[in-house]
Design a protein around this ligand. Sequence first.
Ligand SMILES: *[C@@H]1O[C@H](CO)[C@@H](O)[C@H](O)[C@H]1NC(C)=O
Ligand SMILES: *[C@@H]1O[C@H](CO)[C@@H](O)[C@H](O)[C@H]1NC(C)=O
Ligand SMILES: *[C@@H]1O[C@H](CO)[C@@H](O)[C@H](O)[C@H]1NC(C)=O
Ligand SMILES: *[C@@H]1O[C@H](CO)[C@@H](O)[C@H](O)[C@H]1NC(C)=O
Ligand SMILES: *[C@@H]1O[C@H](CO)[C@@H](O)[C@H](O)[C@H]1NC(C)=O
Ligand SMILES: *[C@@H]1O[C@H](CO)[C@@H](O)[C@H](O)[C@H]1NC(C)=O
Ligand SMILES: *[C@@H]1O[C@H](CO)[C@@H](O)[C@H](O)[C@H]1NC(C)=O
Ligand SMILES: *[C@@H]1O[C@H](CO)[C@@H](O)[C@H](O)[C@H]1NC(C)=O
Ligand SMILES: *[C@@H]1O[C@H](CO)[C@@H](O)[C@H](O)[C@H]1NC(C)=O
Ligand SMILES: *[C@@H]1O[C@H](CO)[C@@H](O)[C@H](O)[C@H]1NC(C)=O
Ligand SMILES: *[C@@H]1O[C@H](CO)[C@@H](O)[C@H](O)[C@H]1NC(C)=O
Ligand SMILES: *[C@@H]1O[C@H](CO)[C@@H](O)[C@H](O)[C@H]1NC(C)=O
Length: 714
Amino acid sequence: MQEFCSSVALLFLLQIQYGVAADCNIVSVTSPSASALDVTWSSVAGSSYYVLDLRVVNSTIIPQIKLENISFTQRQVQGLRAGHVYQVTLSAFDMLFYPLCTVSKIAMTVPAGSQITSAQAISSTSVKFTWSTVTGAESYILFLVETFGSSPKEYNRTFTSSSGEVDGLTPSTSYDCYIYSSNSAGRGAKSAIKTVITLVPPPTGVKIIATGKSTARVTWEPRSKVLLYQVSVKDNGNPDKPPVLRSTSSTSMEISNLDPCSTYSVGVSSFNLYLVPGEPSAVTYNTTSIDGVTTVSVDYSCSINMVTVTWDLVSGATKYRAEAVDSTGASLNCTSNSTSCQITTRKCGENYQVRVTAISADCESVSNVTSTFETVPCAPADLKITHDCFDNNIDFSWQPTNNTRYYVATAVDNNGDVAPCWTFDSMCRFTNVDCGQHYTFKVYAVGSGCNSQISQPKYTQTSPCLPTNVRTEASCMANTLVTTWDSSEGALSYTVKAKGNNGETYNCSSPNNTCELEGVPCGEQLSVRILASNDNCSTGEILVNSAQTAPCAPAIVSASAECSPDSARVKWTQNHGAIFYIALAQDSNGNSQHCYSLGTTCVIENLGCGRNYTVKVIGTNLDCNSTASQEAHFMTGPCPPSGIDVFRDCDANRAVIVWQNLQTSGVYTATLADQSGPQLNCTSNTVNNCTIVSPPCGKKYNVTVTYSDGQCQS
Ligand SMILES: *[C@@H]1O[C@H](CO)[C@@H](O)[C@H](O)[C@H]1NC(C)=O
Ligand SMILES: *[C@@H]1O[C@H](CO)[C@@H](O)[C@H](O)[C@H]1NC(C)=O
Ligand SMILES: *[C@@H]1O[C@H](CO)[C@@H](O)[C@H](O)[C@H]1NC(C)=O
Ligand SMILES: *[C@@H]1O[C@H](CO)[C@@H](O)[C@H](O)[C@H]1NC(C)=O
Ligand SMILES: *[C@@H]1O[C@H](CO)[C@@H](O)[C@H](O)[C@H]1NC(C)=O
Ligand SMILES: *[C@@H]1O[C@H](CO)[C@@H](O)[C@H](O)[C@H]1NC(C)=O
Ligand SMILES: *[C@@H]1O[C@H](CO)[C@@H](O)[C@H](O)[C@H]1NC(C)=O
Ligand SMILES: *[C@@H]1O[C@H](CO)[C@@H](O)[C@H](O)[C@H]1NC(C)=O
Ligand SMILES: *[C@@H]1O[C@H](CO)[C@@H](O)[C@H](O)[C@H]1NC(C)=O
Ligand SMILES: *[C@@H]1O[C@H](CO)[C@@H](O)[C@H](O)[C@H]1NC(C)=O
Ligand SMILES: *[C@@H]1O[C@H](CO)[C@@H](O)[C@H](O)[C@H]1NC(C)=O
Ligand SMILES: *[C@@H]1O[C@H](CO)[C@@H](O)[C@H](O)[C@H]1NC(C)=O
């Protein structure tokens, strides 16, 4: 091994140094026998010696076989193991024993020969074999060749196990049998021959005739060259009991001790010369039994859930059993020694089939005549209610029940009023149901004789009724609308929806009969809808009286007396929701005056002169006042001076005019006028008098004093 490896290493070195490239080539490796391999290779130029190395793959099995100094190109290697995989390595060397090349090939030896260990005819056409297994065999090929005959028939079968059966053979025929083991390298050595003879086929025409209650005669056709027959009798109802075997050389046999009401398998087979029986010809034989009843009738009484089964008498029967089988296969029975008995049923809606069994001391006979009956329908189940909140129909449905003619359903409302519905279908439509009702639904099935029990109740609630008397009023102080209504039947809650001209909607809900819509702006006109709900349903929205909120506050544009001592004109902007406006003016003493207008201005009269007034404007829609506008102030025109006196001072030729109510600012003007108009005047802004110098004498004057505050004149 060591040496070999170093040779390979040296070859490798040489190839590198000189670039020598000689090819080794194994042409073939065959296995002429289980212990040999024939190796043939091509001759390698320049080689003088070859070395062959054979070793079992994946194994430490020794010996490894090494043949050296071979000068031919073919060699048979002996002493190998049967059915093993070998690695065959060829190396070539030159004269100086320098290695030239090396090559390997995997090859297998054929398996060792297998031997037939047993061969047994099991019928007239088949033989069973076992054989020894050998290492390295992948399959076994079994050959059967007719022993006699000019052109003997040959059969072969391939197996992978260690036993097998060959059938389709000719009866009563001798076969030479042998076996080969086989693998990919070829077949192992041929086994020794075993001879086997197929058995004799059974006789034909097997018949059984009853000769008594417990005896019968078996007969068959004779088969040529058969001297002895075997009869086997097996009780089919008793599989654990071994068959009774008896042989005869005639072609009939009496059998006895048969049980009544039993089924037997009777087989007749032929013995060969070595007294081995072949396969049987089998027939079944039933021993006599009693007859079954020929009529069965039932009378079902639904009120007591009992069926009476009646039948006719059977000779030999001592007892009868009536059996009622339901659709699931469950059965009820009663027994009697006369011609009727009664069965109590418990299942509703069931179809029963009734059979009667006649019973004798040792035998039972089930009649093939049956009778059926059906029990009372079951109470309908799986109740369903379908109710569309927006129509006034309720569909009440249930699972159809068996054995039913029709159904009676009822709907009972809050007041105990009952609405019936008779139907063939498993559904009833109750129309025109009232709003705000709780209904209780029940149904029962009507059968041919009796009614089913009443179903479980099923409840439902209809849509609530619509609320009435819906009113919506503005709360004048806050931005809210309050809706009130009369509660309606069946409603658990109400929802109010208001839509304004601004496009906004405002909602509120309430369990009682009032709710507040909040955040509604001033001066809105809203359409109002209301709906009522319960746990299942809501009514549709209904439109009710519209509502309006308090008008919006106007804004004062101007307020001015325009020098009038007793009136003032107020102007404002129009705002949403007001029908008319009230302007209110109040002086510092709390005296107030007002005026109305549908427009945007009005004049407040009866004011006092020369006063500082505070004015505000309120819009109103008769129901509500808007909040007041912002305040404005105005002064009425100045009051005329009062307490006027004139003193003539003829000496100084002047007139002094005196008045009261001296104001701190402004100018007083005193005028003397005659028929021809104002003549003379004097003014003062500091004292309560002024003097006109040199008034013409002898004239009569009217004296007037006016006051001007700079803007207005009294
Ligand atoms: C040898 O063993 C290797 C690795 O276990 C496996 O791949 C190979 O098939 C084996 N060869 C034979 C001939 O059993
Ligand atoms: C086996 O028998 C078949 C015909 O039945 C034949 O074609 C085949 O060659 C036989 N095999 C051998 C290995 O003799
Ligand atoms: C014998 O009885 C079995 C079952 O009891 C029945 O299936 C069979 O048909 C019967 N055979 C004859 C020949 O009556
Ligand atoms: C008859 O019914 C009884 C019970 O009522 C039961 O024990 C018995 O097994 C039934 N017989 C047959 C043959 O079904
Ligand atoms: C039927 O059975 C009852 C007791 O179960 C018995 O008294 C009666 O004699 C029997 N009738 C016949 C006809 O066997
Ligand atoms: C019952 O059996 C008898 C005798 O075997 C036969 O004549 C008859 O037709 C059968 N009846 C039914 C309903 O199968
Ligand atoms: C009605 O009868 C059928 C068969 O006969 C059965 O499968 C079904 O369960 C029965 N239905 C009821 C409600 O009993
Ligand atoms: C109506 O219901 C609302 C909300 O539940 C509640 O705040 C209010 O007090 C109730 N009003 C009356 C009169 O019961
Ligand atoms: C009128 O009174 C208000 C406050 O009371 C004051 O602000 C305003 O200046 C006064 N107007 C005149 C013209 O005196
Ligand atoms: C609106 O205001 C005017 C003046 O203050 C008052 O007379 C009237 O009663 C008010 N109207 C309402 C509905 O409050
Ligand atoms: C006052 O008298 C002067 C001169 O005589 C005249 O010009 C003036 O218009 C008079 N004023 C009034 C208010 O009459
Ligand atoms: C006019 O007013 C002045 C200043 O107040 C006063 O002194 C004078 O006496 C007054 N004349 C008359 C006639 O009242």
